[in-house]
Design a protein around this ligand. Structure first.
Ligand SMILES: [Zn+2]
Length: 261
């Protein structure tokens, strides 16, 4: 399904059009190439009639994998910001995060069902609260147990998700070295989602599957410091050509591809 969805399903709901050749297309394809990710091309998805949410994503598997930009993003974000958002998504791909999530969720679900099974056996076999395992009266008990289990593992799976997101941010910063566009893109996305800049640590621990925007900006600043440090060390030992100029990035703003509308 994941293979066919971008080809068969999503076009039913959204209109895809290839992004015209241009600087942005080239930059995004180059970024994918550096991530050793084969893509079919860059497409825009007409989302603006249905949502204001902006998105850039990698869709599909294998030979149908493609870069998809929401027209909401194409219209309102700079090429640098779009590149850094896509770099974050490529980071997920490079780190095989989908598989990490599928496997961890499966393990947690199976583990949870096993624990519920143990508790149910205890309630029936030793406490004789119910007549049998198949007694419909056990249903509320099972529902309460699964709810409690869900609450207990939520911080676990959210913690894993935040760690994965942090790594994808790190990848985006490393592969583009564009700290300011990273910060502005993340801030704009967070504002769009009405995210809390500094949630209380407990709320973040329990409920957030992404690092708080404040932490993501801090991460970017730390990266900038690290990078400046490395650059100055390299500048001493290497040829003077390695300056603080972002790699392979011509100054932006020269050609913005035609917007979707
Ligand atoms: Zn992410």
């Amino acid at each position: 399904m994941a293979n066919l969805a971008p080809v068969l399903l999503l076009p039913i709901f959204y209109k895809f059009t290839p992004l015209p050749e241009g600087e942005l297309t080239q930059r995004l394809l180059a970024l994918a190439q550096r991530a050793k990710t084969r893509v079919k091309g860059v497409f825009t998805m007409h989302m603006s009639s249905k949502t204001t949410a902006a998105n850039a994503a990698l869709m599909g598997l294998g030979n149908t994998r493609r870069i998809v930009l929401g027209d909401t993003m194409l219209d309102r974000y700079t090429p640098d910001e779009i590149e850094v958002v896509l770099a974050h998504e490529l980071g997920h791909h490079v780190h095989h995060d989908i598989w990490k999530l599928i496997i961890s969720q499966s393990v947690l679900t199976l583990g949870g069902l096993y624990l519920v099974n143990l508790a149910l056996h205890w309630a029936v076999d030793t406490q004789h609260y119910y007549q049998s395992l198949a007694d419909p009266a056990t249903i509320p008990f099972v529902l309460v147990l699964t709810t409690i289990f869900g609450l207990v593992i939520m911080p676990l799976s959210n913690g894993l998700s935040r760690a994965i997101e942090y790594q994808a941010d790190e990848y985006a910063l490393q592969s583009t070295r564009m700290v300011e566009p990273f910060k502005s893109a993340m801030t704009r996305l967070a504002n769009q989602n009405l995210a809390d800049v500094e949630p209380s640590p407990l709320v973040e621990f329990l409920f957030h599957d992404h690092p708080a925007i404040g932490k993501r900006l801090k991460h970017a600043n730390e990266f900038a410091q690290r990078y400046a440090l490395n650059a100055s060390i390299n500048a001493e030992s290497l040829a003077p050509t390695s300056s603080t100029e972002p790699v392979g990035m011509p100054s932006s703003g020269s050609s913005t591809p035609d917007s979707a509308h």
